[in-house]
Design a protein around this ligand. Sequence first.
Ligand code: SF4
Length: 326
Amino acid sequence: MKPLLEVRDLRTTFAGNPATRAVDGVNFTLDVGETLAIVGESGCGKTVTALSILGLIDEPGRIEPESVVEFGGVNLLTLEARELRRIRGAEIAMVFQEPATSLNPVLTVETQITETLRAHRTISRTAARARATDLLELVRIPQAAERLGAYPHELSGGMQQRVMIAIALSCEPKVLIADEPTTALDVTVQAQILELLAELQGRLGMAMLLISHDLGVVAGLADRIAVMYGGQIIEQASAAAIFERPMHPYTEALLKAVPRLDRPVTRLSAIAGSVPNAATWPDGCRFHPRCPHAWDRCRTSHPELTPTAAGDVRCWLTDEPHRRVR
Ligand code: SF4
């Protein structure tokens, strides 16, 4: 069966001197009802990947012509702006990182939900209002009818994010893209929002692309995980395989930075160094300046994403496992 969404050879570049290749040959699929998490540090290309799927890259950025984002048998990147707007928000919806800045501060909750509905559906004002109330109940906002008249500043961060989710779900999308949906929230509210997303996904049967810098956040939600570094996917496997037996040293390092309840933790470790600048990716493996296992081959030769029994990995250790430092 064909996947619901298929991204092939996605490349997104920002003009400059030198140009910045923020996303550099990304491939993945998303099936009906599945959750794929895209994980990596800030600056690795996760958010640009999500924005590229929705055609939300503005000048000086551009999606390279060989890129394909296939949804419902159509390459979204070849659609006219008007056709893409019809799909965006209705069939593929997005929840952004910061509800406080994503919501319009001068419009009520009702206006913001019904605007999306009326942009994509032929629906009367009364029916749109009733649907907005239902949506607020769906995302478990108490006294939903009364909250319709509230402005964003009258709501807590958690409530604002619930409103963002309600807006995203208003047209019953087939795919929900959630970009760091809990970053701005405290830990308790974060857990509530993740639980809500999991429940809604199960009830509504939509697929989800969950973007996060934190493997801990995606642990309970993802079926599969794609780890990004340097604008590329460096490991892709089932969530169980990633957590049990990560293959790429970067994935290992990300996991060591996550506290786990199922294993004794002596200390959490930070990843040495920082994400390289997208305008000047290092030669060879892009992770080599930070990798404890790097040897000469890593510094000069760029590994391809290679299929293995456990998943896909972009690392020379698959050829030369004896090089792994114990
Ligand atoms: Fe480390 Fe080399 Fe693998 Fe890159 S290719 S992750 S530098 S071992």
